[in-house]
Ligand binder design. Structure first.
Ligand SMILES: [Zn+2]
Length: 110
């Protein structure tokens, strides 16, 4: 899986959403959870990845835009960041076991 959409890419596709997320970061008002809802192809996954990068980037531009070059940005882009978990449906849905596995994983981390 390639997670290569940038914050700029997503700002062109979903400008209102990205402005809202930008404000939550720059005003230091990031919530504990976000639910992205919408039709297939509206950018839910790409936005959530860009947001995760923004929160973990070592040198975000203007305080919010992921640099795409630091260790954390690169690890998230390649799907190898230990704190970013992407759960995808197994068949028609996300299975209970997948959530149990995620809960177990979270219980191990700081
Ligand atoms: Zn970065």
């Amino acid at each position: 899986m390639v997670l290569d959409k940038t914050w700029q890419d997503m700002s062109e596709i979903q400008p209102q959403v990205m402005t809202m997320l930008q404000n939550s970061i720059t005003k230091n008002r990031v919530a504990h959870a976000y639910l992205f809802e919408g039709e297939k192809g509206t950018g839910k996954q790409d936005i959530s990845i860009a947001f995760a990068k923004s929160l973990l980037c070592e040198a975000p531009t203007a305080g919010y835009e992921p640099c795409e070059f630091c260790r954390n940005c690169k690890r998230i882009s390649s799907g190898n960041h230990p704190d970013v978990h992407l759960i995808e449906k197994d068949g028609l849905s996300i299975k209970k076991e997948q959530i149990k596995g995620l809960q177990e994983e979270f219980s191990k981390k700081a």
